[in-house]
Design a protein around this ligand. Structure first.
Ligand code: MRU
Length: 351
C-alpha cells in the first residue's frame, strides 16, 4: 500500500502510522466506528488525511446500515458525523470534510441506502483526489520561494502520510528537491510521538531527499550557528487572522526563527483555513493521554506517579509567520485580507 489511505472493495485501508517505521501494517476498517478509533489512536493522522478518512467513514456508516430505512438514514448519518467530529478537535479539515459529506443527501436524488452510499462514495473520492491536486499546487507555489542550496527545517509529518498523497510542507520540500534545488532538510524529531523521527524521516529516505534528523531541542542552537535558512511547517487550523494551530512545539520554533531572522512558512490547503474562527484564541487544543509523555514507544521513561501535561497542538500568532502557502497562492500579512482574497480567487477559478 503506497498511500496513507485507500478505498478497497467496500472497506477503508489505512497504513498504520502508529507502527511505522518499525512495522508496515495495514488496518482494514469496515465500519465507521473502526475509522473513528483509527483517527483517535493516530493510526491515521495529519489534518488532510483525517478529513479524507472521516469522509470514507461516513460512506461506511451508510453502507453498514442495511436495517435502517431511508427516512431514518439521515439521522444515522448525522450521528456518525458527530462521533467522527469528536475524535480530534483541532484539525479543522475533519469538520470541513464532514460538512461536505453531510451536504450530499440534499444535493443528489436518492431512494435507498445503496443510492446514498454510492453518492457519498463519489464525494469522498472527490475529496481525496482534490487533496492530491491541492498539495501539488502548494508544492509548486512554495518551491518558487526557495533558493538553491537552502537548509530547511521542518516539523512533525506533513507528507504523503499526513495527506492523501504528496504532502503540504513536505510537498514544498519534495517539489524543490524534484526541481533540483539541492536543498537539505533538517527533520525535527517531534516529541512526544515522534512524527518527525518516525514518519518524515521515513518519507525523505524513500524519496532520496538529503536530510538529517535532529532532536527538537537542537533547533535553536543550529539557528544560532547559521545552519538553518528557512522553517516550513504544516497546519491543523489557520484562523481568519492567520494565527496557526500546529503540532505542539511549532510556536517555539516560530519564536526562535524570528529571533534569528529566519523566514517561517506555514503550508496549508484552504480547507485548513477556518474563516469562522477569528483568531487563535478560539481554536480548541486537543489534550492527549499523559502516557505519550511518560512513555517512549511504550517504554516508561518517567517515574510512575508523575503528572504529565500533553497539549497536542499550540498556536503560532500570525505576526511570527512570514507567509502562508496555499494551493491558490502565497498569503502574506495582513492575513485577514490575503487569505480571504486567495479563497475568493479559488472560488472564481472553480466556477
Ligand atoms: O497529531 P498529528 O500528527 O495529527 O499532527 C499533525 C500536524 O500537526 C501536521 O503538521 C498538520 O496536521 C499538517 S499535515 C499536512
Amino acid at each position: 500500500m503506497d498511500r496513507a489511505l485507500e478505498w478497497d472493495r467496500g472497506t477503508l485501508k489505512l497504513l498504520d502510522q502508529s507502527a511505522l517505521p518499525r512495522e508496515t501494517r495495514v488496518v482494514v476498517c469496515a465500519t465507521v466506528d473502526e475509522v473513528a478509533e483509527a483517527i483517535r489512536s493516530m493510526k491515521i493522522r495529519g489534518a488532510p488525511a483525517i478529513g479524507a478518512a472521516a469522509a470514507y467513514g461516513l460512506v461506511l456508516a451508510v453502507q453498514t446500515a442495511a436495517g435502517i430505512a431511508p427516512p431514518a438514514l439521515r439521522a444515522h448519518l448525522d450521528a456518525a458525523a458527530r462521533m467522527l467530529l469528536g475524535t480530534r478537535p483541532t484539525a479543522v479539515n475533519l469538520r470541513w470534510a464532514v460538512e461536505r459529506m453531510l451536504a450530499v443527501p440534499d444535493q443528489v436524488p436518492w431512494h435507498s441506502g445503496t443510492d446514498l452510499a454510492a453518492a457519498l462514495l463519489a464525494e469522498a473520492h472527490r475529496i481525496a483526489e482534490e487533496d492530491i491536486r491541492t498539495n501539488r499546487a502548494i508544492g509548486a507555489n512554495g518551491a518558487a520561494l526557495i533558493r538553491p542550496g537552502e537548509r530547511i527545517l521542518t516539523y512533525c509529518n506533513t507528507g504523503s502520510l499526513a495527506t492523501v498523497d504528496y504532502g503540504t510542507a513536505l510537498g514544498i520540500i519534495r517539489t524543490a528537491h524534484e526541481q533540483g534545488k539541492r536543498i537539505q532538510v533538517l527533520v525535527s524529531e517531534t516529541r512526544p510521538v515522534l512524527q518527525g523521527a518516525r514518519l518524515t524521516a521515513w518519507e525523505v529516505l524513500r524519496d532520496g531527499i538529503p536530510a538529517t534528523l535532529i532532536a527538537d531541542n537542537a533547533a535553536g542552537w543550529l539557528m544560532r550557528r547559521g545552519l538553518v535558512d528557512r522553517v516550513i511547517v504544516g497546519a491543523d487550523r489557520v484562523a481568519a487572522n492567520g494565527d496557526t494551530a500546529n503540532k505542539i512545539g511549532t510556536y517555539g520554533l516560530a519564536v526562535l526563527a524570528r529571533a534569528h531572522e529566519i523566514p517561517f512558512l506555514v503550508a496549508a490547503p484552504l480547507s485548513t483555513v477556518d474563516f469562522r474562527t477569528p483568531d487563535g484564541s478560539a481554536i480548541p487544543i486537543e489534550e492527549r493521554r499523559p502516557e505519550e509523555i511518560t512513555h517512549v514507544a511504550g517504554v516508561p521513561v518517567a517515574p510512575e506517579g508523575i503528572a504529565a501535561a500533553n497539549p497536542a497542538f499550540d498556536i503560532t500568532p500570525h505576526h511570527l509567520i512570514t507567509a502562508i502557502v496555499t494551493e491558490a497562492g502565497v498569503a502574506t500579512p495582513p492575513y485577514v485580507r490575503s487569505l480571504l482574497d486567495l479563497s475568493a480567487a479559488r472560488d472564481v477559478r472553480a466556477r
